[in-house]
Design a protein around this ligand. Structure first.
Ligand code: LAC
Ligand code: ZN
Length: 471
């Protein structure tokens, strides 16, 4: 269905809902909401609305649905797949005023929050009460919990504790038709009908706008051990991962960084953020694993770390480095968290987020490098390899625009074909958005896509919500 454009009458109706000050048509605000962290895409919305209550969000949707005007929800704007890009223009609903932590329920280990709370703010708030919210995307300092849910964000802790979808019990959602629903109940078990909560997770803002969330929490682990292991090759590092699991260890972090990822991120931390981190990079070292163990008992952690070092004797490693102090641990994680902004600050990139069964990672890394050699791009790989989830940043560097849009996209299709052949799929945590939409048919049967389209139509009969995304 073709969309209608916004006129003065609709602007007045939006103003009547949220107040004059929260209907923003100035260029500066619209430019902020025209892009996210995805490549170099820019799509200008006609207007940005900043509601404060669920009822306001529902009322905005009702008007836009009646007039068939596209609506794109926006959180912290950190999407790497184009989730918050208003590709059809129209209204951006920016959720930044939904920033309250409503309740941290220590008796039930639950918390109720608004979706515009910054992830790290929430992590710290529950930590003060001795509790733990494990999902830990690298963008935690600026991303919003609502966006984390919409994209089912992961991060390093997922390898032991699971991803965002594993921590949500219930949520309030404004539907594109203007109705306001709760998806479930605040309970730990629930077999009551279809699971609308989980359907919303990872739906990328295409089915509804999340207006309140009930999370479950865990007790905070008291101790951790962090080690950095250099390897001669990326494939060798990836082979070691399965061996560590086979020795009976479940790390709370198992992160991979290629040599180029470390070089570019060290440069960025030094030159741009002025918070340098230095690690030795001898010539024969081409990849590192950053491994973390957590728990409450120091002796158990030390025994597990010892087991890991014994396992590693069977691999081509450099000297294993144990982070002793909290500062040393923090600087290793600072390095890891800044790989994406670091690499992206030195070249336009296409960020892939593929995932395979972890035993197939060595084959995947080899295939990516071979495809890069053939097409002529440099790829910088890093990511959550304990989960088999590899981020692949493909660098434009000196390449021409035509090459970037044609040959490189074909090369990416080849990477995805290889991923699927290895039993994997397109995205482990960043979502599909617009970036991976052209490749969905490589991972999905037509029947899957038909079911997804049917679900979309059931929620959003006029297709107004975050159009142009996913499929
Ligand atoms: C990371 C983000 C890019 O792992 O997912 O750093
Ligand atoms: Zn990641």
């Amino acid at each position: 269905m073709p969309f209608n454009t916004i006129n003065n009458e609709i602007l007045d109706r939006l103003r009547a809902i949220v107040g004059q000050a929260n209907v923003l048509t100035d260029e500066e605000t619209r430019i902020i909401c025209a892009s996210d962290m995805t490549e170099d895409h820019v799509f200008m919305p006609a207007v940005v609305v900043t509601p404060e209550t669920a009822e306001q969000v529902a009322a905005i949707l009702r008007i836009c649905n009646d007039h068939v005007i596209p609506v794109t929800p926006r959180g912290g704007g950190t999407s790497l797949s184009g989730g918050s890009l208003p590709v059809e223009g129209g209204v951006v609903v920016w959720m930044k005023r939904f920033d309250r932590i409503i309740d941290i329920d220590e008796l039930n280990l639950q918390a109720t929050v608004e979706p515009g709370v910054i992830t790290e703010v929430f992590q710290n708030a529950v930590k003060e009460k001795g509790l733990f919210y494990p999902p830990d995307p690298s963008s935690r300092g600026t991303c919003f919990l609502g966006g984390n849910l919409a994209h089912n964000a992961g991060g390093p802790k997922a390898v032991k504790y699971g991803v965002t979808r594993d921590y949500v019990l219930n949520m309030q959602v404004a539907l594109p038709t203007g109705e306001l629903i709760w998806t479930a109940a605040n309970v730990l078990k629930n077999s009551t009908g279809y699971n609308l909560t989980q359907l919303m997770c990872g739906s990328e803002g295409t089915l509804g706008i999340i207006t309140r969330i009930v999370f479950k929490l865990r007790p905070l682990p008291r101790r951790d051990v962090t080690l950095l292991v250099p390897f001669t090759t990326g494939e060798e590092a990836c082979r070691a991962i399965s061996a560590i699991y086979m020795a009976g260890i479940v790390p709370s972090g198992m992160e991979f960084m290629e040599r180029d990822a470390i070089i570019l991120t060290m440069k960025y931390l030094d030159e741009v953020l002025h918070k340098p981190v230095t690690i030795e990079l001898p010539d024969h070292i081409n990849a590192h694993l950053l491994i973390e163990l957590d728990g409450n008992d120091e002796d158990t952690l030390m025994r597990d770390a010892e087991t890991i070092t014994q396992v590693l004797e069977n691999f081509e490693t450099g000297e294993v480095y144990f982070a002793e102090s909290a500062e040393e641990k923090e600087s290793l994680w600072r390095l890891r968290r800044n790989v994406s902004p670091g690499v992206n600050s030195y070249s336009l990139t296409k960020s892939e987020d593929v995932v395979v069964p972890r035993s197939n990672l060595p084959a995947l890394v080899s295939a990516i490098k071979a495809i890069g050699d053939r097409v002529g791009f440099r790829s910088v790989c890093y990511g959550h390899v304990g989960d088999g989830n590899l981020h692949v940043n493909i660098m434009k560097e000196q390449g021409s625009d035509a090459w970037w849009h044609n040959e490189v996209n074909e090369g990416i299709a080849d990477i995805f074909r290889e991923v699927v052949r290895l039993g994997g799929t397109l995205s482990g945590e960043h979502g599909i958005g617009i970036a991976k939409r052209p490749y969905m048919h490589l991972a999905m049967q037509e029947a899957n896509l038909r079911l997804m389209r049917g679900i979309k139509a059931a929620f959003d009969p006029n297709g107004i919500l975050n159009p142009g995304k996913v499929f």
